[in-house]
Design a protein around this ligand. Structure first.
Ligand SMILES: [Zn+2]
Length: 103
C-alpha cells in the first residue's frame, strides 16, 4: 500500500489499480463483478391486449467499498439502468428470502 490517501489495504477481492491522483469520489475498492443471465416473464399491453413474452436479462452483481469505510456495498443492476446498492445485512436478508422460496 503506497498510495498516500489509502487508509487501509485493498480487500482481497479488489481489482482496482489505485493511483495517487484518483479523484476522492473514485477512492473505492471494487471487485471484478459478475453477471447472471435471468430468464424473465414480461407482460406488456399491446393495443390494449396483455401480451406475455419470455426474455433474457443480464443481472450484474458486484461489491465495492469506499476506502477507509468499514461498510461493503453490494451492487445489483441491469443493462437497462436498474441499480441497487445493498448493505451486507440487506443482501443476507434477500438471499435468505430467495432461498426460502426454493424450499
Ligand atoms: Zn483497492
Amino acid at each position: 500500500m503506497s498510495i498516500s490517501w489509502q487508509h487501509s489495504a485493498c480487500p482481497e477481492w479488489c481489482i482496482i489499480d489505485h493511483a495517487e491522483g484518483d479523484h476522492p469520489d473514485d477512492r473505492a475498492h471494487r471487485d471484478a463483478g459478475r453477471s447472471v443471465i435471468l430468464t424473465l416473464r414480461v407482460r406488456d399491453f399491446v393495443e390494449e391486449k396483455l401480451v406475455e413474452r419470455i426474455v433474457d436479462q443480464n443481472l450484474i452483481l458486484g461489491r465495492w467499498q469506499h476506502d477507509g469505510d468499514s461498510r461493503v456495498w453490494y451492487f445489483l443492476g441491469t443493462d437497462d439502468g436498474i441499480e441497487y446498492e445493498l448493505s451486507e445485512a440487506s443482501l443476507r436478508r434477500l438471499v435468505s428470502e430467495l432461498q426460502g422460496l426454493l424450499e
